[in-house]
Design a protein around this ligand. Structure first.
Ligand SMILES: [Fe+2]
Ligand SMILES: [Fe+2]
Length: 135
């Protein structure tokens, strides 16, 4: 069961990386409306991913390893700050169309999200070491 969680999680993390790439390309192209549309898609998928983690993936992991519920809860709590950063990026684009500020904020968010994802994946890989891939 934890193998399914890991596969879903790593697949969704890969899809989010593609959304970041698309948003970066649109910002670099200089078209504010297209950049906003790409950021909106990133935001939609990020929100959906966070919901899946909070309500589907992490409860499975927490059920197998109750002692890790605190760590999982901390990861869920971190989602709010990450969401706020996406809203900030849209704010840069919505106002005066500040593409430079949006690009910088997007790069910083991507780095922060990658750290967050590495923590998640490490927690789940660690779980598999303890329980075996078929657990
Ligand atoms: Fe997460
Ligand atoms: Fe995640």
């Amino acid at each position: 069961m934890s193998g399914d969680v890991r596969d879903n999680l790593t697949q969704e993390h890969g899809e989010l990386a593609l959304r970041f790439g698309a948003a970066q390309r649109e910002i670099a192209s200089g078209d504010v409306q297209r950049a906003r549309a790409a950021v909106a898609l990133l935001r939609r998928d990020l929100d959906s991913h966070f919901e899946q983690e909070a309500h589907l993936h992490f409860p499975v992991v927490g059920g197998l390893r109750p002692e890790r519920r605190d760590a999982l809860q901390a990861l869920v709590a971190a989602h709010d700050a990450l969401r706020a950063r996406v809203a900030e990026i849209d704010g840069h684009l919505a106002g005066a169309g500040e593409l430079g500020a949006a690009r910088t904020a997007l790069e910083a968010l991507e780095a922060a999200l990658e750290r967050h994802e590495r923590e998640e994946e490490a927690l789940i890989l660690d779980l598999e070491r303890d329980t075996g891939p078929s657990a």
